[in-house]
Design a protein around this ligand. Structure first.
Ligand code: CA
Length: 488
């Protein structure tokens, strides 16, 4: 069993993993990859991409664990109890033996599936170059996204040491089953992440690639993600330019920020190309294709597992304006009283809560990326303009002037807007800031209190060694070239 954790073995298993539920591939009864026979025609690329999106949909991947980590490890949400599913991430109780190996194995499986497409896509005979480029662009942008998430989970923030510390192995080709890749530095990982997403976005610069395609990544989504990567990497001018391009392309293609009136119910919308709203990229979950109760819809809901809730400090922040529309997605619970749960994972139509779609990239974040990047490059006027799209949407009576705007104000708005979407822990740490778990006494949510934890977990920055996950011991045992993170 140990072999399944090793990157090379994960690569070999990736094809059969992605083929689950799809009849696109005549898999030979072997675990070895044979890319030449698996992807020969354009429809094989299409099916292979669907396999990737289907794998992303797993509750241990993007319908759940890979998202909730950034909420549970931060200070705007907290696990309900020690034994909650999100409890290990909240309390940093992972060891190299008990860390959930899916943090490692899912992104690598997905990267391998991208590599399989990329190894063949240029060789497929077709006259439709735009479609080829759209397929290739998706595989590249997604590979960059998976490497970004691995680097965030297992490597220290780039700005801590300009990326000198260890990230994760960069895998861009089909690996031999005995390959034992080493960890690359965080800096090397960012170079690859940026290269992949940038090239992917360029290949998708077409009518097809710019437009809405249900459940698939497109160019505005890739550009929005790239603008975030640039912020993490300290490329503020590029972050601004890229976020602005993402906004322009998105809005030319019918995407638009939700309005104040739309905001409370937009999360449940089953979007299509005629009115995609601000969802640039989402995981589609359906009743007959459900990620199950480990998915965010059921985990986050007070009528589901009530596994994770808002902290009192977050509710205190939100409550500074009782008329903020975002109270609609953070109401005081009627089921688990004196607590607040996030209602962003709302099911579509007659679905049950675990079938809620997962909005992975929203135009609201793109505006916040633009505001942050504009401020960091010294353009307070532009920063205020982008920030106010979000501030005034939350409450039309509110705005921030260019004279009053600060980075702290922009990051506070980011917390308010993106709560429950897996950002907070990474946003707090990426510029050297702190996660601070403290209770604020508020009568209406008096049952909300942080669980008992050591002082180092109550307030920490990127110097806390457990702010990165341990590499699963099975990978270390199988691959002698993999170094463990310090402190584990
Ligand atoms: Ca759904």
């Amino acid at each position: 069993m140990k072999n399944i954790y090793r990157i090379s073995a994960i690569a070999a298993a990736a094809l059969s993993l992605c083929a689950c539920g799809n009849d696109w591939l005549d898999l030979e009864p072997t675990t070895s990859i044979n890319t030449e026979t698996s992807i020969q025609a354009m429809q094989d690329c299409n099916a292979s991409l669907n396999g990737i999106y289907s794998t992303m949909q797993n509750a241990y991947a993007y319908s759940g664990r890979l998202i909730y980590y950034g909420d549970a490890a931060g200070d705007d949400m907290q696990a309900y109890k020690v034994t909650s599913r999100t409890g290990d991430a909240y309390l940093f109780s992972y060891t190299q033996s008990n860390v959930k190996e899916s943090y490692w194995s899912y992104p690598y499986s997905l990267i391998s599936a991208c590599n399989t497409i990329l190894a063949q896509v240029d060789n497929i005979p077709t006259s439709d170059e735009e479609l080829r480029n759209y397929y290739k662009g998706q595989a590249l942008a997604l590979r960059g996204m998976f490497l970004f998430d691995l680097t965030k989970l297992f490597g220290y923030p780039y700005k801590k040491d300009n990326g000198a510390s260890l990230g994760v192995p960069i895998v861009t080709e089909t690996l031999d089953k005995d390959a034992k890749p080493k960890r690359n530095t965080v800096a090397e990982c960012y170079t690859q992440i940026i290269k992949d997403i940038k090239e992917g976005a360029e290949l998708m610069n077409s009518k097809t690639g710019n437009a809405f395609h249900k459940g698939w990544i497109n160019r505005p989504a890739a550009l929005s993600l790239l603008s975030r990567v640039y912020l993490y990497h300290g490329d503020d001018a590029l972050a601004l330019e890229t976020a602005e391009e993402a906004i322009t392309v998105a809005e030319k293609n019918k995407f638009a920020l939700w309005t104040n009136a739309e905001y409370p119910t937009a999360w449940a919308a089953d979007i299509d190309g005629s009115a995609p709203g601000e969802t640039l990229f989402e995981i589609i979950n359906l009743t007959d294709d459900s990620p199950g109760k480990e998915a965010l819809g059921y985990l986050y809901d007070d009528y589901g597992y009530y596994d994770i809730l808002c902290t009192s400090s977050f509710y205190d922040l939100l409550s500074k304006d009782p008329n903020d529309v975002r109270h609609s997605i953070a109401p005081i619970s009627t089921k688990r009283t004196k607590r607040v749960f996030i209602k962003k994972y709302a099911p579509q139509g007659s679905e049950v809560i675990q079938d809620a779609n997962i909005r992975l990239l929203r135009l609201s974040e793109t505006y916040l990326n633009a505001a942050e990047a504009a401020f960091k490059t010294g353009d307070a006027e532009k920063a205020a303009s982008y920030l106010n799209a979000i501030v005034s949407r939350a409450n039309p009576n509110n705005s921030v002037s260019a004279d009053d705007i600060t980075l702290d104000r922009i990051m506070t708005e980011r917390r308010l807007e993106l709560v429950g979407e897996g950002h907070r822990f990474f946003d707090a740490l990426r510029d050297g800031g702190y996660v601070e778990r403290k209770d604020v006494s508020i009568k209406a949510i008096s049952s909300t209190k942080h669980l008992v934890m050591s002082d180092e977990k109550k307030k920490f920055n990127w110097d806390y060694d457990h702010c990165v996950l341990p590499i699963p011991v099975a990978e270390i045992d199988a691959n002698g070239n993999i170094d463990q993170n310090p402190g584990y």
